[in-house]
Design a protein around this ligand. Structure first.
Ligand code: SF4
Length: 120
């Protein structure tokens, strides 16, 4: 692997990481703390993300409900997950942190409401 560059997204500082790999493993420089190398290794081997978006909601004061995954899903599955969530419609009332979809794409990760929404 040539030298890779990444911006660490673990905290707002956004350190510019430089990563090289040899037979002993990954070598990371530019990190402001020890979470940077952990993030870099994961990003280069199994990148994952928390997904935040909105879904349709019926009989509510708004048309869309903010939702979030209860953990990280593989970055390569984000578009598939969005396709599932674009077809999902939930019904008011909904409580904050209520599960609105279980086990998306068989990932073991649930989709939670990010806020409560009353019936219209
Ligand atoms: S390396 Fe540490 S200090 Fe730098 S952005 Fe990542 S978490 Fe923040």
């Amino acid at each position: 692997m040539d030298k890779k560059e990444l911006i660490c997204i673990v905290c707002p500082k956004g350190c510019h990481l430089e990563i090289t790999k040899d037979k002993e493993g990954f070598h990371v420089t530019g990190n402001g703390c020890k979470r940077g190398p952990v993030y870099a290794k994961k990003e280069l081997t199994n990148p994952t993300r928390v997904l935040t978006t909105t879904v349709k909601i019926k009989n509510a004061v708004h048309d869309r409900l903010p939702v979030v995954t209860d953990g990280e899903i593989p970055k390569g599955s984000l578009m598939k997950a969005m396709n599932v969530l674009n077809r999902l419609e939930v019904e008011a009332p909904v409580r904050s942190s209520q599960v609105v979809l279980k086990n998306i794409l068989g990932s073991g990760i649930d989709i939670l409401a990010s806020k409560s929404m009353n019936k219209r």
